[in-house]
Design a binder for this molecule. Structure first.
Ligand code: GLC
Length: 611
C-alpha cells in the first residue's frame, strides 16, 4: 500500500492508539456500510458506521453537485462529533463512478470499459481516471468502486461492457494505470479506488450474473486473478468481493481466496468490502451468514438495508466466540489504515476541500478527454467502396433509435442504475445526431421507425444508429430459458436470485428486429448506409452487416457523441481494435470464449479497419 503524508510506522502507531480506545460496538460499526437512503447522519453517529454508499441512481436532493456536497458534509460532521459514546472517525462515502461520476447530473460520462478496451491507450485510461477523481471529489465523495477487472468470457453476461477485454493482459495494463490515476499520491487530487469483483466474475457458466465459475485453479489464476497483481502493485486500497461462486463455493465466504490468496499470498494490505448484500447467499439463516462472511476475510460489509441487524448479529457472534476479536481487530486495523493512508483524518469537511463544487465538473476540458476516448474506442468493421469518411457537405439522413438519445449511448450506471432513455437527463455533452449536425449542415434527422422520408434523390448517404438500450448487471443477461441458471451460484434460500433477463438471443435481429427493418427499408431506396452499433457487447450482426456499406462498433460511448461524428466525417481516423473477438453465430456467441479459438470468429481480437 502506498501512503499519503504519513509514514507507515506513524500510521501503524495511530491505528493502534485509536483501536485501543474503541469499544466492540464502535469496531463493528466501523466494519459496516449502509445505503444513504436507510441511514441518517444521526444514525451513522449512533451506530459508529465506517461508511455510507450511494447505490446506482441513489442521488441526494436534485442530484446537483451542491446537493452531494451538502449530504457528504452532514455525514462527515456526524462521524466527527466526538462525545462520551462516539469517537471521531471520518466516514468514507462510496459510489459507483465507473465511467465518470456517472450518477450526477452534468458529469462527464466516459465510454464504458468495453470501448476503452478497444482504444489500447494506457495513458488515456490514466487521464480518464484523473478526470473521474476530480469529478468525484467535486461532490465531496472519497471512494469509487472502480476499476472493474472482470475478464468477461461470455457475451450473455449483462456486465460484459464493464470488462475491458476477454484477455487479462490488456486489463492488467489498464488496472495499474487506472488505479494510479484515481489514487495518484493519495493527495488532494485523489480518491480511493476499489478493484472488483474478486474473483472470477466474468467467467460464470452461461454468463449468468452472480453465477457459478467452474474452473481449475490454474485457469482461475491465469485468467481472472492476473489483473489484480497490477492493481496491487499500484497500491489499490480496497477490493470488492464477488457475488459469483468458484467451483460451487461463494466468493463471499471463501477463506482460501479472500484470506489465504489475496491477503496472504498476494500481500493485499488494504481492506476487502463485500458487494451489495453479498453475504446473504452464504447460508439460509442470516445470523450464520454474518459469521461466515467475517471469518472468511471480508472487512467491511455493504449491507445497504439491514445494517442494524448485521451489527447486532456480529456483536453477538463475538460474544459467543463464533468470531474471534482478533478477526474484528484485523478488519478494523485495515479500515483505519486505509483512512489514515488516504489522509482522511487530516481533511477538512467535504465542503471545504480543494475540489468541492469545482468548476471543472463537466467542463469542456474534461469533456475533451471523453471525446478523445470516444474517437479511440470506435472500431470500423466494414467500409465498402470507401463510403467513409463522409463529406461534411453531403446530404446525410440520420436515423435509428440510438441516433438522438444520449441516455442510450451512455448505457447502464448512468444517472440511474439501469441507465436512462433521454437527452434531457444527461446534461452537457452531445447525442450522436447533435455531433453529426455540428459538422454536416445538410444532415437531417428521421424519427420514423422506417425512415420513410429516405429518398435517393435527396440523400447521398444514411447513418443508422441502432443496437441495445441501457441495462445493468443481471438485467442485461441473455438467457434462452431459466433452465440454464446454475444452482450453486444463484441459489438463495431456495429461490433463484436472478433478475429479468434482457433477452433470449445475442442475434441483434432477434433482440431488436426494428433495427434490421430500418436498415432494409433504407437499403430498398438504394441509399448507401453507415451503421453505428450502440451495444455493451459483441452481438451477432450478420444480416445487418450484409446490407450495410460501412459498419462501426461504437460500444457505449457516453456523453460525448460528438466523438463519433469526428471520425465519421474524417476529422480523425479510426483507431480502435477489438478487445473481444466478434462472434459469427448465436451458438458461438452464447458459449464461453475459452471454448472456441479466435480463428472461428467473424472478426478476431485485434481487428479494426482504418481509412
Ligand atoms: C452492485 C455491483 C457492484 C457495485 C455495488 C454498489 O450490486 O455488483 O459492482 O459496486 O453493487 O452499487
Amino acid at each position: 500500500m502506498s501512503y499519503a503524508n504519513l509514514h507507515k510506522a506513524d500510521i501503524k502507531a495511530k491505528v493502534e492508539q485509536l483501536l485501543s480506545k474503541m469499544t466492540l460496538a464502535q469496531k463493528v460499526g466501523q466494519m459496516t456500510q449502509a445505503e444513504r437512503l436507510t441511514c441518517s447522519p444521526a444514525q451513522l453517529k449512533q451506530y459508529h458506521l465506517g461508511s455510507i454508499l450511494s447505490g446506482g441512481g441513489s442521488c441526494p436532493g436534485d442530484n446537483t453537485v451542491q446537493d452531494w456536497v451538502n449530504t457528504n458534509d452532514e455525514y462527515w460532521a456526524a462521524s466527527m462529533e466526538q462525545d462520551q459514546d462516539h469517537l471521531a472517525i471520518p466516514l468514507l462515502y462510496g459510489v459507483d463512478a465507473i465511467h465518470g461520476n456517472n450518477n450526477v447530473r452534468g458529469a462527464t460520462v466516459f465510454p464504458h470499459n468495453i470501448g476503452l478496451g478497444a482504444s489500447h491507450d494506457v495513458d488515456l485510461l490514466k487521464r480518464i481516471a484523473q478526470v473521474t477523481a476530480k469529478e468525484v471529489l467535486a461532490t465531496g465523495v472519497e471512494w469509487t468502486f472502480a476499476p472493474t477487472l472482470a475478464v468477461a468470457q461470455n457475451n450473455c453476461w449483462g456486465r460484459t461492457y464493464e470488462s475491458y477485454s476477454q484477455y487479462p493482459e490488456i486489463i492488467s495494463q489498464y488496472a495499474k494505470a487506472f488505479v494510479n490515476g484515481l489514487q495518484a499520491n493519495l493527495d488532494d487530487n485523489s480518491v480511493i479506488a476499489c478493484a472488483k469483483h474478486w474473483v472470477g466474475d466474468g467467467g460464470t457458466t452461461n454468463g449468468i450474473d452472480q453465477g457459478e465459475t467452474t474452473l481449475p485453479e490454474l485457469d482461475l489464476r491465469n485468467t481472472h486473478i492476473t489483473p489484480y497483481y497490477q492493481a496491487l502493485d499500484a497500491g489499490v486500497l480496497t477490493i470488492m468481493a464477488s457475488f459469483n461462486s468458484w467451483n460451487s463455493e461463494k466468493c463471499h465466504g471463501h477463506y482460501y481466496l479472500l484470506t489465504e490468496v489475496l491477503k496472504g499470498e498476494m500481500g493485499f494490505d488494504g481492506f476487502i468490502v463485500s458487494d451489495w448484500d453479498g453475504i446473504d447467499y452464504l447460508a439460509k439463516d442470516y445470523f450464520d451468514t454474518v459469521a461466515l462472511g467475517v471469518n472468511a476475510g471480508i472487512d467491511m460489509f455493504m449491507v445497504p438495508e439491514n445494517w442494524q441487524l448485521f451489527i447486532e448479529h456480529l456483536i453477538k457472534h463475538v460474544e459467543l466466540g463464533n468470531v474471534d476479536i482478533s478477526r474484528i481487530d484485523d478488519a478494523v486495523r485495515r479500515i483505519l489504515t486505509v483512512k489514515y493512508a488516504y489522509g482522511l483524518f487530516d481533511k477538512p469537511r467535504p465542503a471545504q476541500r480543494k475540489h468541492a463544487n469545482s468548476e471543472s465538473f463537466g467542463s469542456a476540458e474534461h469533456r475533451a478527454v471523453a471525446q478523445e476516448a470516444v474517437r479511440k474506442s470506435l472500431v470500423l468493421l466494414k467500409n465498402d467502396n470507401d463510403v467513409l469518411p463522409l463529406s461534411k457537405h453531403a446530404n446525410v439522413l440520420v436515423a435509428g433509435k440510438n441516433a438522438n438519445n444520449t441516455g442510450h449511448q451512455c448505457g447502464g450506471f448512468t444517472i440511474d442504475w439501469q441507465g436512462v432513455d433521454s437527452n434531457e437527463k444527461i446534461e452537457g455533452g452531445s447525442s450522436i445526431w447533435q455531433g453529426i449536425k455540428a459538422l454536416a449542415p445538410h444532415a437531417e434527422l428521421s424519427t420514423d421507425p422506417l425512415a420513410i422520408e429516405a429518398d435517393a434523390s435527396k440523400h447521398d448517404v444514411a447513418i443508422v444508429v441502432i443496437g441495445e438500450t441501457p441495462y445493468a448487471e443481471g438485467m442485461g443477461d441473455i438467457r434462452q430459458n431459466d433452465d440454464v441458471i446454475i444452482e450453486a451460484g444463484s441459489q438463495i434460500k431456495g429461490q433463484l436470485k436472478v433478475l429479468e433477463a434482457y433477452g433470449k438471443s445475442l442475434e441483434l435481429s432477434q433482440l431488436h428486429p426494428e433495427d434490421l427493418a430500418l436498415i432494409e427499408s433504407i437499403h430498398a431506396k438504394k441509399i448507401p448506409i453507415v451503421v453505428v452499433l450502440i451495444s455493451g457487447r459483441t452481438l451477432v450482426i450478420n444480416p445487418e452487416l450484409a446490407i450495410a456499406d460501412a459498419f462501426v462498433a461504437a460500444w457505449l460511448p457516453g456523453s460525448e457523441g460528438q466523438g463519433v461524428a469526428d471520425v465519421l466525417f474524417g476529422d480523425y481516423n479510426f483507431h480502435g481494435k477489438l478487445s473481444f473477438s466478434w462472434p459469427k453465430t448465436n451458438k458461438q456467441a452464447m458459449s464461453s470464449r475459452h471454448q472456441t479459438c479466435d480463428a472461428d470468429y467473424l472478426f478476431p481480437h485485434g481487428f479494426g479497419l482504418k481509412y
